[in-house]
Design a protein around this ligand. Structure first.
Ligand code: DGJ
Length: 721
């Protein structure tokens, strides 16, 4: 016991390495959570505790005597545990068993808020070593876990399992919420109770990887997931490719959660001495439901993960929903004037501006040939950049650099750069194929697309980076006999490109897009300032989509554009888009004077309030999954300002309405209630408009924000008096 306390104090000091001893206790903690490991008498490392942070350091000693429960922190395979392992290696002699024992632990104080714990394990029979990394973000209550694997066998070994992390839970019941989807119906939330056996959330799509299920989940521990109560694990994997979460309830009713790259068709040949680094599994354990977990994720993401996470964002006018492929220079210059008139920061040119031998007049040709189509844009991108400058807006441009149409000069010149089977007929997803990013020459090419555009037009202020196809025809001409590494090496190739681009253009904002929201993981967001959640911009659908993504991502990274989808009232469309990063993708010229004025005023409200909307604390108040309405709010960090949104979707005739109770305000302060975003000439019908209430009243009694009118909405600004 004494030894353990001494060890713990020692670890607190930081930057120390401690060698193994049976009974050692390793503590990974945030302000709210403790994850505690213990070395068993058999020398293996076990998870001893994971839950609310323990108050007394002296209690840590209690774990050293606790008997092992079979909860090995990074379970190898082929030994006496019959459930899903974290690590599987076919050794050079064909033996499939791996058993890891604890070696040492190191602690690094990255700064006052972040501590990294690195636990070393090794197999005593085969020269295999593993380092388990746990980076704890104290204030935000977030932990990132990943592993590194290396061996020194004489020849390469084949890894068939290589999880990022493995965690155990013990509760009477477990309820999993998944975010499964397809194009235009992203992040549909559904929950189920886990029973004996496995539930797997995974993808095999390769590039447009999250088209059917997102790389994140919520897990209610002991009870169903709820917004403000109960213990919940929220987790996500930072991997822009095939991922897999395995939830396995064992014979004793314990649950193991294994996260990582999907090992499907991905056996990895690891060379002697080579480190294999897994992606990061990022998670939080909340005792106050998903609302708290979301706010912790948002704070952490803005501060530590997202590119320029604390920076400002550009409002914009996009042309995709307005013109599709049908535009020319004149039309675009006119749209830039519209952008100016609207008051947004930027005009964003979408798909269809490139290709000459095979012009991109629809999605059947031109991908890969990144020169402006002379027939459409005779003076090239340069003239557009100048046009934007003249109009007083910035200029952004769409690319889909990882893809190629077979009808392109690129495919004619470099078929060997394209993932496709040499001995079968080609099949296509959106008439295109995926470039082989495992090939360094292809990486250079993709890097060169952005770099080339930027070199010629340094004024380009923004990129929208699209990815419309999963990997099809799965064969890499570059990897030859190592085909099972394609899924992993392809994603690593993308990161290499993105890393180079970030190094050269550290402040260039970029939107991640994947035929809507099929790519939105936290590793990609190191390189992107925002992402496109869905092509579905019908506000009735968007409420659900934004609600779903808000579980993990701050409003600042969720692009929301006003379009014609759904033909809902303009105010409803704008009010829904204003919940996230506002943009427009609609012809302004076709609007009435009044509508234009309304949009201009909305842009100016959004800009004025964007520190609250994009950087504040987010509260989900009324769920569209449980009612015919929805309501959310953002509260400034100093609680001096808040913006509340209320949406009536499809209320029933004469349905019972209820006041919306606000959250996150200072109960002692007085707030003035003002409805904003009113249509020109319209007065607020909100009974409480203009009145002043205490934060306490607003949170306990609430405001009558809901009505029985279909697709109606209101936005309320609260200001401390
Ligand atoms: C899919 C994206 O989600 C859309 O916004 C648009 O950019 C199209 N691709 C262009 O092809």
């Amino acid at each position: 016991m004494k030894y353990c306390l001494f060890l713990w104090l020692f670890l607190l000091v930081g930057m120390v390495r401690v060698q193994a001893a049976a009974g050692d206790v390793i503590r990974v903690s945030t302000a709210a959570t403790d994850l505690i490991f213990r070395v068993g008498t058999d020398g293996r490392l076990y998870q001893a505790y994971w839950g609310e942070r323990l108050l007394n350091d002296s209690d840590l000693g209690c774990f050293s005597g606790k008997s092992a429960k079979g909860w090995e922190v990074y379970l190898g395979s082929g030994m006496e545990d019959y459930f899903e392992p974290a690590l599987g290696i076919a050794h050079q002699d064909g033996n499939m068993a791996t058993l890891l024992k604890y070696v040492s632990v190191e602690k690094h104080e990255i700064d006052a808020n972040v501590t990294e714990t690195v636990v070393a394990l090794r197999d005593e029979v085969y020269p295999v070593e593993v380092k388990l990394h746990y980076m704890a973000f104290h204030r935000e209550n977030i932990i990132k876990a990943w592993s590194e694997i290396r061996h020194r066998e004489k020849k390469p070994v084949r890894m068939f399992r290589f999880a990022s992390s493995m965690l155990y839970l013990e509760a009477p019941r477990y309820f999993l919420t998944e975010f499964s989807s397809d194009w235009a119906k992203e992040v549909r939330m559904s929950s189920q109770e886990l029973q004996f056996g496995k539930k797997i959330l995974d993808t095999k799509l390769g590039s447009r990887a999250a088209m059917h299920v997102q790389p994140f989940f919520q897990l209610g521990i002991g009870q169903e997931v709820s917004e403000n109560h109960g213990k919940v694990l929220v987790g996500t994997i930072g991997w822009t490719g095939n991922f897999r979460f395995t939830f396995e309830v064992d014979n004793l009713g314990n649950l193991r959660v294994i996260s990582g790259i999907n090992p499907y068709a991905s056996d990895y040949e690891l060379q002697p001495g080579e480190w294999f680094k897994t992606p990061e599994f990022i998670f939080t354990l909340s005792d106050e439901g998903t609302g708290k977990a979301s706010r912790d994720f948002h704070d952490w993401a803005r501060r530590y993960q997202v590119k320029d996470g604390l920076g400002e964002r550009l409002t914009l006018l996009n042309n995709w929903e307005n013109t599709g492929f049908d535009f020319n220079e004149e039309k675009l210059l006119a749209l830039m004037q519209e952008a100016r008139h609207l008051g947004v920061d930027m005009f964003l040119l979408d798909d269809g501006w490139f290709g000459n031998k095979y012009p991109r007049k629809d999605d059947r040709a031109g991908l890969g040939d990144w020169d402006a189509t002379a027939a459409k844009l005779p003076r090239g991108v340069g003239a557009l950049v100048k046009g934007a400058e003249k109009a007083g807006v910035k200029f952004g441009i769409w690319i889909e650099p990882e893809m190629v149409n077979p009808k392109s000069e690129l495919f004619e010149k470099h078929p060997e750069w394209v993932i496709h089977l040499p001995n079968r007929e080609l099949y296509y997803f959106r008439n295109q194929l995926v470039l082989d990013l495992s090939n360094p020459k292809v990486q250079d090419f993709v890097y060169g697309i952005v770099d080339g555009l930027m070199t010629e037009n340094p004024e380009i202020a923004f990129f929208k980076w699209d990815c419309n196809s999963p990997i099809t025809n799965i064969y890499s001409p570059y990897l030859k006999e190592k085909q099972s590494q394609l899924y992993v090496d392809h994603v690593r190739g993308i990161y290499r490109v993105l890393e180079r681009l970030k190094a050269k253009y550290p402040h260039l904002p970029m939107m991640l897009c994947s035929g809507g929201g099929a790519r939105c993981d936290y590793e990609a967001l190191k390189y992107f300032t925002e992402f496109w959640p869905s092509d579905n911009t019908d506000p009735l659908e968007r409420i659900f989509i934004q609600w779903g993504f808000s579980q993990l991502f701050p409003s600042q990274v969720l692009c929301a554009h006003v379009t014609g989808w759904g033909r809902q009232p303009l105010k409803f469309r704008v009010d829904v888009a204003m919940m996230c990063k506002l943009g427009f993708d609609i012809g302004i010229a076709g609007m009435s004077e009044e509508e234009q004025l309304f949009c201009r005023e909305a842009v100016s409200h959004f800009k004025r309030l964007s520190p609250v909307i994009l950087q504040g604390d987010f509260y989900r108040l009324v769920s569209p999954y449980e009612t015919n309405h929805a309501s959310v709010m953002h509260v400034a960090k100093d609680r001096g300002k808040a913006v509340v949104y209320a949406y009536d979707m499809h209320p029933r005739f004469g349905e019972k309405l209820f006041p919306v109770k606000l959250q996150g305000l200072d109960p002692q302060k007085k707030y003035k209630v003002e409805e904003i975003n009113l249509l020109p000439g319209k007065k607020s019908r909100l009974r409480e408009n203009g009145a002043v209430f205490s934060g306490d009243y607003l949170m306990k009694v609430g405001l009558d924000l809901l009505t029985t009118a279909h697709t109606s909405s209101r936005i309320i600004e609260l200001t401390v008096q």
